[in-house]
Design a protein around this ligand. Sequence first.
Ligand SMILES: Nc1nc2c(ncn2[C@@H]2O[C@H](COP(=O)(O)OP(=O)(O)OP(=O)(O)O)[C@@H](O)[C@H]2O)c(=O)[nH]1
Ligand SMILES: [Mg+2]
Length: 340
Amino acid sequence: MKRDIPRRRDLTLDEFCAGVRACDIKVLPRALTLIESNNPAHQRQAEALLTRLLPHTGQAIRVGITGAPGAGKSTFIEAVGLHLVRQGRRVAVLAVDPSSGISGGSILGDKTRMTKLSAEPNAFIRPSPSAGTLGGVARKTRESMLICEAAGYDVVLVETVGVGQSETMVADMTDCFLALMLPGAGDDLQGIKRGLLELVDVIAVNKADGNTLFAAQVAARQYESALQSLLGRHERLPTVLTCSALHKEHVDAVWQAVEERYANSKANGELAERHRQQGVRWLWAIIEDRLRQAVRQHPKVRSMRETLEKDVLTGMLPPEVAARRILDAFGLSDHDAPES
Ligand SMILES: Nc1nc2c(ncn2[C@@H]2O[C@H](COP(=O)(O)OP(=O)(O)OP(=O)(O)O)[C@@H](O)[C@H]2O)c(=O)[nH]1
Ligand SMILES: [Mg+2]
């Protein structure tokens, strides 16, 4: 028998605003779903909502957390989140998942390692949006972060897996960046790159317990000396610590290091400057993402896309030619492009 599922009434902008500001737990997830929607009408309502809520954002400490798969990010976030809610803080956890654009999977999807935290009334956990490009996913995460701040969350943790571009994007939306490392780094320093080092404020070698305690301590010392030789004395070195997320040991010390870096950058004006620069970078990130979306959804482009992609795939057509045909169809001919 067919059953009628009552359709939820759409909320008005005022209802969204009031609900988010009151941290109404029935409204907040719907506001985030609105943000994540690709429907143009929803996007416009989301923009209006963000504009209204913007004056109520910017008070939270925004912390990016990265680490290789299995480094202990979820375990760490659970431990630090519980530590914070016990201090009366309100914690939101979001994620940028580089795989979500490709596979449709998402980190934090199971919430299994954050069962205690997700049961806390002062904690809110939102998995990574699972559709779209990495840039689009990151943009939505950033907007979700603003919504959470307007709802009164004063700590926002943004988790990402330590691969490629996603780290840069998370650093671009946060105030502080924490990298969790596995013990036994060895000489290759787990491929720690200068690019990552420039983003990182605190490095914590996790799993400093049981039979990996010694390896974690050795790794921490290796990171420290590698940092000194890589970055030199003039640059501000990341703080290096060890912890055990599983046994909740030194997790508070790691958090304290994060807070100290945050307080310093706030006091010396770096944070304000960082926020300004982030604003400009996000402006262009949004434009690039929207343009990509507009090109892909253009009716003429849609009708030719599959054939052109196939031709490039089989080597029948150079990508340059296919790109030109797509841009022509979109109405962006070469003669519109400025000389570079
Ligand atoms: N011994 C020990 N094990 C830990 C510690 N932290 C996490 N683990 C274990 O390491 C495994 C991976 O932990 P997760 O927290 O899921 O790691 P993650 O970085 O979130 O992993 P992905 O989400 O898959 O990228 C689990 O089996 C944890 O129990 C720790 O401090 N010590
Ligand atoms: Mg995880």
